[in-house]
Design a protein around this ligand. Structure first.
Ligand SMILES: N[C@@H](CCC(=O)N[C@@H](CS)C(=O)NCC(=O)O)C(=O)O
Length: 204
């Protein structure tokens, strides 16, 4: 059975737990990282001292997006999650790498508003981060005006990383410009059981 190590209030762990639900893969998840710490046994699996890590059929793997690609290729090949056609896969694939840049833009909002007590928050950093996130989301908006999903005509792997960050964006107490296509996409995501159970949890 698939094993996932990582606390669920981590963006990168959410991606993997959500995909496991989309594929319908039974799995066990162990809380690691953040307030749960990391044992020597865990660090032997992942020398980066980061989460998530998985073990599947003898394979130990870290890097969340590599995990998504592995699980989809192995367990969902030929479906919209992992189309046979390389060009069709690439449509969503680019958004997976693009998300890491987005995460940088949103980072100061998240750290200050979620991880720090109010008296130590850097309001300038929050404002700059909110503006940077909005500029990035405007790029997502233009893509979603052309197709309903970041992966194209169907929900796919490319929707998962940014889908996780969209929940944070819509949940944080920050100024957000009106982005109708992003909002409609987000509302469709909230209807997916795996998103509701693995992503829409308290940010803290
Ligand atoms: N590129 C890595 C980044 C992993 C990462 O930064 N994970 C964060 C949580 S989202 C982490 O491990 N933080 C330390 C901790 O939780 O103790 C991936 O995508 O898996």
């Amino acid at each position: 059975m698939l094993t996932i190590w990582g606390r669920l209030n981590s963006h990168n762990v959410k991606k993997v737990a959500w995909l496991a639900q989309e594929i319908g893969m039974p799995h066990v998840r162990h809380d690691v990282g953040g307030q749960f710490g990391m044992s020597d046994a865990y660090l032997a699996l992942n020398p980066n001292a980061l989460i998530p890590t998985i073990e599947d059929d003898g394979l130990v793997l870290w890097e969340s997006n590599a995990i998504l690609r592995y699980l989809a290729a192995r367990y969902a090949a030929g479906t919209a999650l992992w189309p046979d056609d390389a060009a069709a896969r690439a449509v969503g694939d680019k958004w997976m790498d693009w998300q890491f840049g987005y995460a940088e833009a949103q980072r100061d909002c998240f750290i200050n508003l979620v991880r720090r007590p109010p008296e130590t928050r850097d309001l300038q950093a929050i404002a700059a981060s909110a503006a940077a996130s909005a500029a990035q989301m405007a790029i997502v908006e233009r893509a979603l005006q052309r197709s309903p999903w970041l992966s194209g005509d169907n929900f796919g792997l490319g929707d998962i990383p940014m889908g996780v960050y969209a929940y944070t964006w819509f949940t944080l107490a920050i100024d957000r410009p009106a982005l109708p296509a992003v909002t409609a996409w987000y509302e469709r995501l909230t209807q997916r059981p795996g998103y509701a159970s693995q992503v829409m949890i308290p940010l803290t």
